[in-house]
Design a protein around this ligand. Structure first.
Ligand code: IPD
Ligand code: CA
Ligand code: CA
Length: 264
């Protein structure tokens, strides 16, 4: 079975197992601090268990790097890493806001740049985004590309949740220049939507993004033809560590990148 098919099946199983939970008391159950540093909710635990059970069922030889469960070695001779954010946008999921997803990626080495496959499923409706290295990015069964044409409305995604006042002040010219800035509360799904051409740029300069938040989005954005840079405008890369935090700018083309970056 191809790795992408394994990730797609795991993602599909998450959707089946959690689709009735959003907004319920059952979703919210508190399981204490997870490996990623946030409180693990019952919906997070159910979704992660779904993936771990499936990978064990098919005897997939890998190391899982889960946002809640931490590092789980499923084999002594692993083929690589499954980077798992089983529920991205947990606050939305717990409150019942229909914008959250699962994010699963596979990397052969301890680096973001070694990611070969990624799948993001919108868990409010089951829509799936996926990509494999050099094979393009897909939304359900349709190939997707970032938005290359001059858009009718420029949509500028900016994650400002919990941002410092210094960062907000730095970004202020962008809020003034663009009438349509957006943040929906699930970074991975926002990257997938950016890859599909629904936003022209997506910026997160808070230095809070974990490897699990970005792993699947990384390959989907690249395969859809997007630029993916760090805060110094270098190619984004990072170690797959639990301490790693990144900032990034995903841009549909050089023109929108230059235009927005010139504001800050
Ligand atoms: C969070 C979401 C959110 C972003 C946070 C992440 P989680 O992930 O991606 O959009 O602002 O930085 O931690 O905790 O819901 O998996
Ligand atoms: Ca996350
Ligand atoms: Ca999560």
């Amino acid at each position: 079975m191809e790795i992408i098919e394994i990730l797609r099946e795991a993602s599909k199983r998450i959707y089946e197992n959690v689709k009735d939970l959003p907004g319920t008391d059952k979703a919210a159950g508190d399981f204490g601090l997870g490996a990623g540093g946030d409180i693990s909710r019952n919906i997070d635990i159910i979704a992660e268990k779904t993936v771990l059970d499936y990978l064990k069922e098919i005897n997939f030889k890998c190391v899982v790097l889960g946002e809640e469960c931490g590092r789980v070695e499923l084999s002594e001779k692993p083929k690589g890493f499954v980077i798992m954010d089983a529920i991205d946008g947990s606050a939305n999921a717990v409150r019942g806001v229909p914008f959250f997803c699962s994010s699963l990626a596979f990397a052969t080495e301890n680096k973001l740049s070694s990611i070969s496959d990624g799948v993001i499923t919108n868990l409010s409706n089951g829509e799936m985004y996926w990509a494999s290295k050099n094979q393009g990015a897909f939304y359900n069964n349709k190939e997707i590309k970032v938005h290359k044409k001059d858009p009718i409305y420029k949509i500028v995604g900016i994650n400002t949740s919990g941002a410092s006042i210094e960062l907000i002040n730095k970004l202020q010219p962008i809020f003034e220049k663009y009438d349509h800035t957006r943040h929906f509360g699930a970074n991975a799904l926002e990257m997938a939507m950016f890859a599909r051409g629904l936003m022209d740029i997506f910026i997160d300069l808070r230095n809070k993004i974990r490897i699990q938040d970005i792993a699947a989005g990384y390959i989907i954005v690249k395969e859809a033809g997007g630029l993916l840079l760090d805060s110094n405008l270098h190619q984004l890369d990072a170690d797959l560590g639990y301490e790693t935090r990144v900032s990034f700018i995903a841009a549909a083309n050089q023109e929108i990148l230059d235009e927005v970056v010139s504001q800050i």
